[in-house]
Design a protein around this ligand. Sequence first.
Ligand code: COA
Length: 258
Amino acid sequence: MSYKNLLWAVQDETVIVTINRPDKLNALNTETLAEIKDAISKFKADKTLRGAIITGSGEKAFVAGADISEFSEFKEQQGYELSKNGHDIFNLIESSPKPILAAINGFALGGGCELAMSCHLRTAAPNAKFGQPEVNLGLIPGYGGTQRLIQLIGKGRATEYLLTGDMIKAEQALNWGLVTHVFDNELISNSIEILKKIYAKSPIAIGKTIDCINAYFNPDEDGLKFEIKAFSECCGTVDFIEGTSAFLEKRKPNFPVS
Ligand code: COA
């Protein structure tokens, strides 16, 4: 796959999508967002890929936010379009039935933190720094940050984080549950090990679990009713037959890639 602002590399059935504008701390301009959308669509359609990692190029940043140079002249309608486009792309990530992990290697600010929060899993290097500094720009987060932050760390912490615009370090992000691991080294290979545990499970069940988690946060869904439907849809599938048979036959399941 060839992109101007992304690198696409495959390892262990995992695509590693690296946002590659290190001289701009991987800030998300329109072109980069369009490429992320294309890469996620290709990842979702490619049966040989079981999961994805999103990370940043260079030593300093995962993503330092939306590209401020592109929107400093914007009025309300253009702001709406920018925000709506970001929401659509990040919803595409969040709704992927295959896991997507953000491996955060430096600044994850503004849209960078929001990109990470739209992923199913988040790991960090010790130099990771997180923040929603939009209040310094006369703005608020526009790619889902006000909502996903509350979902991940709770209203009290999210309110302070959003209103002060303060940056937090990796250890604090770990304590707050914004990331689930801080790896001292080998961020990508350690992250792939987490994904490989998921690849050994039923792909159908993984997709349904992600749908149920997302249903909890969807005001149009009743999460418990959604779970009953999703559970019933698992029954009778090839994965269900393989998983339950393997248990009864005292062997490891071998789930087909769906
Ligand atoms: N949009 C556009 N360009 C950005 C950017 C962003 N969000 N973040 C960094 N850059 C650019 C800088 O303008 C600079 O470009 P230049 O060399 O052409 O001048 C380059 O990336 C390096 O950034 P610099 O500020 O020199 O690095 P630093 O180490 O001194 O500071 C940060 C790092 C992350 C603290 C600082 O870049 C920053 O505050 N960035 C903006 C963060 C932000 O507000 N994000 C939310 C946007 S909605």
